[in-house]
Ligand binder design. Sequence first.
Ligand SMILES: Cc1cc2nc3c(=O)[nH]c(=O)nc-3n(C[C@H](O)[C@H](O)[C@H](O)COP(=O)(O)OP(=O)(O)OC[C@H]3O[C@@H](n4cnc5c(N)ncnc54)[C@H](O)[C@@H]3O)c2cc1C
Length: 491
Amino acid sequence: MNKFKLMSVRPEDCFLVEGKERILESYEPYLSDESKMDYKPVSAIFFPENTAQVVDAVKRTTGQGKGIVVSASRTGVTGGAIGVDNASIISLEKMTARLGEWHFQAGVKIEDIPVTDKDYYPVDPTEATASLGGTIATNASGPRTFHYGATRNHIKALTIVLADGSVLDIHRGEVVCENSKFVLQHRDGEIVIPIVGISMPPVKNTAGLFLKEDMDLVDLFIGSEGTLGIVTEAIVETAPLPVNRLFLVIYSDTESKALRLVEAIKSKPRFTCLAIEYFDHNAIALIRESDALLNIPGDVVCAVYLEILNGDEDIQEKIDETLASCGLDPEWTWAGFAEGDMLEMKRFRHDVPERVNAIIGARKVDIPGLHKIGTDTAVPEGQLRRILSFARSEVEKEGLQYIVFGHIGDNHLHVNMLPRSMEELKKAEKLHIAIAEESVRLGGTVSAEHGIGRLKKDLLKIQFTEGELAAMKSVKDALDPQGVLNPGVML
Ligand SMILES: Cc1cc2nc3c(=O)[nH]c(=O)nc-3n(C[C@H](O)[C@H](O)[C@H](O)COP(=O)(O)OP(=O)(O)OC[C@H]3O[C@@H](n4cnc5c(N)ncnc54)[C@H](O)[C@@H]3O)c2cc1C
């Protein structure tokens, strides 16, 4: 039997802000995240600087019978880090130290993880201010996931504080599930975590807990959204830094040509793509509005962004031929070779979700209950056109403002609906469910990268059977029997 010892770490005093009024006055941003969901004031926010201080914060909070909201950069879009009743917040934002070559505290921002002249950490959620711990908790992914896979593929080791204040320090390969359980040895006994394998779609997925009969214990915590433990440190797996990259924004005058291009690149690859992203006509209109400097030609309808490994001498020819075979004009591309070009194009990509959030933020001034509804579904190969045409026709039937953009290389497009009234919000909520149901019917997931949080809990039962949800609940009950960690998130 594979038994693993939990560590007892002596708690250290930690900086703490107390009092609901003081928090509302000076620390209100810590109560919300990018979901813009309604939040409740909390009576304490802890700002630990190391694992021992997280242990202190956990023990003090649970000792008062309160729940714990784990909070990092608060870029999450599903309400996982917002203030809730009868809970304290543990913010990881001060935990940004580098502890070894690729060993970091969990609060370090993705954009601050160094790049050497040989290696880099290739996970690139579009929002680079997201923290390492937050991206581990949500198994985040990004444009380059097309080539490198999601966060799960790049985590070698984790340090985790459990709900009872004990500390788990695990390296990948060290603890593998045996006889359908993990056994963690404690000073006062054992924690037995029952593992029942559940069906997981053959797509990028972060909905629900990751449960497989022969799984690694590290994987149980990745994507668990802070419901099983607080990640305080991680060792990441890097990839060789690509020496030469080419960045292309390929403009198209029809969506059909753009989709043909994506299919051609994936079915008969003639060059290596790290990322394939898509922006539909409404996303292009939004970028035009928000950033005139980007100067998008007038008759552009949609665009495909490619990041290409530029190793071949005849790369230009291969790209031109691929574009021509899809009816696209090689002259109609914005190409870049240097890091500066990539930053410009990143602005192009980043403008879209930011502008959506700004539009909804402005509407919320008059209608406080309003929020955007964004799908996060992915479908298996060959099903992209089906889900896209289903989503578009359903949303247009209801007359809602919407945009479609995202990680088309992974068959993972976000349909963002921007309601103008509470009535439209209700319609968008129904459409969200319909698109999630259709994605699952096509063999996909309800959430490919953002997670479930507090906002999308209703979607879990679309993807999982009652038995599968019960299997997840038994894992939660084993590790956190009082339900103190991230109450109301996911399960
Ligand atoms: C403009 C924009 C673009 C985005 N693009 C992408 C994208 O391309 N891909 C993508 O995956 N996401 C994207 N996101 C969503 C968001 O950036 C990710 O979900 C990110 O992983 C959240 O990290 P965070 O540090 O902000 O976590 P938070 O928002 O603070 O928390 C997110 C969840 O993780 C939990 N958590 C945080 N830290 C820890 C920890 N150390 N231990 C345990 N649990 C923890 C929280 O309790 C919460 O449930 C985008 C968001 C925005 C605003």
